[in-house]
Design a protein around this ligand. Structure first.
Ligand code: ADP
Ligand code: MG
Length: 708
């Protein structure tokens, strides 16, 4: 790849020009703008309107429609202060087609005096039905002459909330900045070849930057307001494209930087990996074998691996993680697996112990709540290298944890962690100029194009096959008035030797209430089901009690596990066949899918009951229908994406893909393939444009490593 040098191209004036250089921007205003992240003239130009208003023509009063915003002109008939409930100023205007009341709750005497009978006003605001016919509360207004006065030439942009900077002031500043643009320019970093029609979602070539900015800040009055409002106008698409490209490039740089580092080759661990796989009581699925081959190939290189293994719940990702860990251990080096909850860390530790102890390899568990003595001895064994396999929660990368030779870090359920945490864990392992390999696992399948965008810094392996013999979980949606019948189903399952989960509703208002509710539910179910052995697990319980309950559930001594959503990730008990989820209407689709994934893990017929409380909102209804109709994580993720946007799906990602300024990953999904290709073009042909592009959209380009 060609060397890229940041800053080898002169950055145009406006891109560096401080906001304070604009006319009328004093320290106070500059500070307010600073709070909005606006420091340079360029930032101001990229503060885009949240919506637009059409003030380009006057509506006859007689044609006004309640609920719409409009410009009207009329002559004042009467102005009076009334005291109906509270003091207010009413001003009645007429234009020959009808009457309209202007209502003010806050007004000055001067204002009152200016609104004299016979004065002509032009007003703007939202029309609504009032006690005396149509009215506008607190309209924007000004006096106009009897002769028709010029109206707005362009649609009026309304900017997002702006920390006490009046819209008019902001508009004037942006107009000034646009004039600066005429003089000096904000550089269009996109080469024209990228603006060609094939890159636009709707086949219309993307406009150049200056045209796009002018259209968006000053839309001509004949523009399609529908296109603008939906964000699909080519001017918006152009900026969305550029923003997506900036994010894509930032992630690519992150990846290049990590690729340039050194890591241990784990080739000598091949035998251990094979030994481990051979010791499993089952054959790997084809998809697992493929993923493992990809992982092994990465691990054998002297460059650090950064690979995401993606696959639906129950597809068997843990085994792949263990096989990778075996490779590190086979080289006499350490591997650490990080899980988002203690429950899951404990389960992984148990599984690893079951697999590796027979091979003579002990496993250490590290969690936040374990007794000091246990923790101390684990820490010692980890630091001395006596133990090579380490499983834990985020405590793994905290102070006081020292590894002897960490060659591989594995992050399970990565969507629960931030990229920061992942990198912190990796930093623990940096030694002698080498960084650990990273394996990242997620059961939140996301659509392919989105994955390529969100995880552009990672290589991706997909496990798209479930182990043989699984029967799909049958899902039913039941109103909570039929709770008793559901409770009886537990009895039936238990009589057949099966086990059940009952997931308690999330009470967001208070953590305390949340645990109390879980305890109360457990108590009620124990009472209602005298023949069933019930246990409770929730996040606040002492680790020991939680572990005991889980172990007893796994061993079949407990038949009904009442739990909070802590069991959402990873818990694996193949004999469990019934999952009841209370208040399912409050949960997100991916979360429901994860919870449901706790059953149907063996060959037994399993079912999932989604209890809801009426009335259901439209979105809740759609969510429940989607989860009932599909067992396919990818399909559900796509629906989740449509219903809730990418934030929930991707979790916390440092590059803020979920909070982009113009682009919207759902709406603009069609642009993504072109964005991928454009990133290639930029990297190979225009490397010098990358840094300013990232600086424009994301800022702090240094974070992504040097270009090249
Ligand atoms: P997930 O991908 O959701 O993390 P797990 O790794 O927990 O899934 O695996 C789910 C269950 O499937 C576990 O009980 C595991 O032992 C089992 N399993 C994994 N791979 C296979 C396979 N190839 N054949 C049969 N069972 C498997
Ligand atoms: Mg898992």
């Amino acid at each position: 790849m060609r060397e890229a040098r940041a800053g080898s191209v002169a950055t145009p004036h406006a891109e560096r020009q401080a906001i304070a250089t604009l006319h009328g921007v004093g320290p106070a205003l500059a500070e307010k703008l600073g709070k909005l992240g606006i420091e340079r003239v360029q930032d101001l130009l990229f503060l885009l309107p949240a919506r637009y208003e059409d003030r380009t023509h006057v509506e006859p009063i007689g044609a006004l429609v309640p609920g719409r915003r409009a410009v009207v002109e009329g002559e004042i008939q009467l102005t009076e202060v009334t005291y109906r409930r509270r003091r207010q100023l009413l001003c009645k205007i007429a234009d020959g087609s009808g009457f309209l009341t202007l209502r003010f709750f806050y007004f000055s005497t001067a204002q009152q005096n200016n609104l004299a009978r016979g004065v002509r006003l032009r007003c703007f605001g939202e029309v609504r039905r009032g006690p005396m016919g149509l009215e506008i509360v607190h309209p924007e207004y000004r006096r106009v002459a009897a002769e028709p006065e010029a109206l707005e030439e362009a649609l009026t942009p309304i900017y997002p909330t702006t920390e006490g900077i009046p819209q008019g002031r902001l508009r004037a500043l942006i107009m000034q900045a646009l004039r600066e643009l005429d003089r000096d320019g904000v550089r269009d970093w996109l080469p024209s070849e990228l603006l060609a029609t094939e890159n636009a979602a709707d086949g219309e070539a993307l406009p150049d930057l200056r045209t796009a900015l002018e259209i968006l800040h000053r839309p001509p009055k004949d523009i399609s307001l529908t296109a603008l409002t939906s964000g699909r106008h080519p001017a918006q698409q152009r900026l969305a494209f550029e923003e997506l490209l900036a994010h894509q490039l930032a992630l690519r740089l992150l990846r290049q930087t990590s690729r340039s580092e050194h890591a241990w080759s784990l080739r000598d661990g091949e035998q251990r990996t094979q030994q481990f796989v051979a010791s499993l009581p089952f054959q790997l699925t084809g998809a697992q074998r493929r993923a493992l081959t990809e992982v092994a190939r990465d691990l054998d290189a002297e460059r650090p691996m950064a690979r995401l293994v993606q696959g639906d719940v129950g597809c068997g990702k843990t085994v792949i993680a263990a096989a990778a860990a075996a490779r590190a251990v086979g080289c006499g080096l350490q591997a650490a697996l990080m899980a988002p909850t203690e429950l899951l860390a404990e389960q992984h530790a148990r599984n690893f112990d079951g697999w590796f102890r027979p091979l003579g390899l002990p496993v250490a568990l590290l969690t936040g709540s374990q007794p000091a003595r246990t923790r101390r001895s684990a820490l010692e064994a980890i630091a001395s290298g006596e133990i090579k396999l380490i499983v834990g929660t985020h405590t793994l990368f905290q102070q006081g944890v020292a590894f002897q030779s960490l060659a591989l870090t594995i992050v399970d359920e990565q969507h629960r962690f931030g990229v920061q945490q992942r990198l912190q864990l990796n930093e623990k392992g940096v030694r002698d100029g080498r960084v650990p390999h990273q394996l990242i696992m997620t059961a939140t399948p996301i659509p392919r194009t989105l994955a390529m965008t969100a995880y552009a810094d990672l290589d991706v392996s997909v496990i798209d096959e479930l182990p043989p013999g699984r029967t799909p979980v049958k899902t039913v949606v039941v109103q909570d008035t039929r709770r008793d019948q559901v409770v009886m189903r537990i009895n039936e399952q238990v009589r057949q030797g099966r086990q059940c989960y009952w997931v308690c509703p999330l009470i967001e208002e208070s953590e305390e209430l949340h645990y109390q509710a879980a305890e109360e539910t457990a108590r009620q179910l124990t009472e209602a089901l005298p023949e069933v052995r019930v246990a409770l697990v929730h996040g606040r319980m002492p680790a020991r009690a939680k572990e005991r309950a889980m172990q007893e559930f796994k061993a079949g001594k407990i038949q009904l596990l009442v739990a909070t959503t802590v069991i959402e990730v990873g818990v694996d008990v193949p004999n469990a066949t019934l999952m009841v989820i209370e208040n399912a209407e409050r949960m997100g689709l991916s979360q429901l899918h994860q919870l449901r994934g706790r059953v149907g893990r063996g060959s037994l017929d399993s079912s999932c009951v989604l209890l809801y409380r009426a009335p259901l909102s439209q979105i809740a209804r759609e969510r429940l229908a989607a989860i009932r109709e599909s067992n396919d994580g990818f399909e559900i993720a796509q629906r989740d994406l449509e219903l809730r946007g990418p934030g929930e799906l991707l979790g916390t990602r440092q590059t803020g893909l979920a909070e982009m300024r113009v682009a919207d990953l759902v709406r603009d999904a069609l642009l993504l393939p072109a964005v991928q290709a454009a990133a290639e073009t930029m990297l190979s042909k225009y490397p010098e444009r990358i840094a300013p592009l990232i600086a424009r959209w994301i800022g702090g380009a240094e974070r992504y490593g040097s270009v090249g």
